[in-house]
Design a protein around this ligand. Structure first.
Ligand code: ATP
Ligand code: MG
Length: 379
């Protein structure tokens, strides 16, 4: 659909009518072939970045030089945004930064990508260009490093995490992970320490959102990758949690999954946002105070109520009562009916104490006692 869209056609057409090659590439092609939703639209072209800018400006399309040093220009057409990157090839590589040069050969561009299923291209007419035989791998849901896994990992250690992420999302879960790739990963754990926490966090978020992340996660644990990025984390309760989420019809919640993995300094290890860190804190508070999920939802909101119910059930390995969802909703929606102005004759600290006492009575009643009933007990 996005390929037939007039903005997509206009973009590729502008480049090809000037004699350049232009293709959609990467995740959008992979996901379209799998009938999976497409997030961002990446385009690869034989045109140099300056040519891309000139051609687009001549057509009246807005351009933003988002990653001009990597040859990437964002092109805005109607309300679509495209990342257009000039064909490149790796010249020489040290650690995470590859020295790249521009190229006019699509095969060069394909070889510097990570996995064969991520090196598929499609032209404006819908024809697939597959320089590295990625299509059979994609159809078999076989995640394969392009060329030597060990060498490709040493060029960019983030590829270790991308390997698990793409396996979780698109790999054949019954075939399992490729032992050779896992061996190369195990040899390169030190490289993970060189990655920024932001990049690690972003990959982990995506991995944890997958529908079937269990196998990828346990391979991460066995190879030592998980412990390296989240010291003290364990997958012991992970599969039970995923199972409970599915049983209750809940969407995959990456933060709850992270919570069940545990580990030290989650916020810092993955550079969580303040809001995400707050949710983890609330869960821990609710857990320490031994609140019920319903009361936790009243105090901290629906997410924390569910976190408590699901993480506890998963770690104890016990089934969950399906009514937990409505209990948590009740807690989240409950509003204490008494306000300070209702309490005549109380002031200052005494007023606060009285309000809290009434609130506790109301909570203990399962949020059922009415305002009149609560105030009645006072006189
Ligand atoms: P999605 O956008 O659905 O998460 P994607 O495959 O599009 O998946 P991106 O991170 O958007 O992933 O990258 C786009 C493409 O760029 C990839 O498909 C791959 O070809 C290439 N790529 C991205 N990161 C790397 C990397 N670290 N090493 C090699 N190639 C990469
Ligand atoms: Mg993408």
């Amino acid at each position: 659909d996005w390929l037939r869209d007039s903005a997509s056609q206009a973009l590729l057409g502008a480049l090809t009518e000037r004699g350049f090659q232009a293709y959609f590439v990467g995740g959008c092609v992979r996901n379209a072939l799998l009938d999976a939703p497409v997030s961002d639209l990446d385009v690869a072209t034989s045109a140099l970045p300056e040519d891309v800018q000139t051609i687009m400006k001549n057509k009246g399309f807005r351009t933003v030089p988002t990653g001009i040093e990597h040859g990437t220009i964002t092109v805005l057409i109607d309300n679509h945004s495209f990342e257009v990157t000039s064909f490149r090839k790796d010249v020489e590589t040290f650690g995470r930064r590859a020295v790249v040069a521009f190229s006019t050969d699509i095969a060069d561009d394909a070889r510097r990508r990570d996995f064969t299923m991520n090196a598929l291209y499609v032209g404006a007419d819908g024809a697939i260009v597959d320089p590295l035989n990625g299509l059979p791998d994609l159809i078999a849901r076989r995640l394969r490093f392009i060329e030597d896994a060990d060498r490709r990992i040493k060029e960019d250690y983030l590829r270790i995490l991308r390997y698990f992420r793409f396996f979780a999302w698109y790999g054949d879960q019954s075939a399992g992970l490729d032992p050779e790739a896992l061996a190369a990963i195990s040899e390169n754990l030190d490289g993970l320490d060189k990655l920024s926490k932001e990049r690690i966090g972003a990959e982990m978020r995506k991995l944890l959102r997958a529908e079937t992340p269990e196998m990828a996660l346990s391979a991460m644990e066995q190879t030592g990758v998980l412990g390296r990025i989240l010291s003290g984390a364990s997958t012991r309760s992970f599969a039970p949690l995923v199972h409970l989420e599915q049983q209750l019809g809940l969407a995959a919640d990456w933060l709850r999954r992270l919570l069940v993995l545990g580990g030290e300094g989650l916020k810092n290890a993955l550079r969580l946002s303040n809001a995400d860190a707050a949710r983890i804190r609330q869960y821990r508070q609710a857990n320490e105070q031994a609140l019920s999920p319903k009361i936790a939802a009243y105090r901290f909101g629906r997410d924390t109520g569910l976190d408590l119910a699901l993480v506890q059930a998963a770690s104890l390995g016990v089934p969950i009562d399906p009514s937990i969802l409505s209990q948590v909703d009740q807690g989240a929606e409950a509003r204490f009916p008494v306000a300070a102005k209702d309490l005549q004759g109380f002031e200052g600290k005494a007023l606060g104490d009285k309000l809290r006492e009434l609130e506790n009575t109301w909570i203990e009643s399962g949020f059922t006692r009415s305002k009149a009933d609560l105030l009645n007990g006072l006189s």
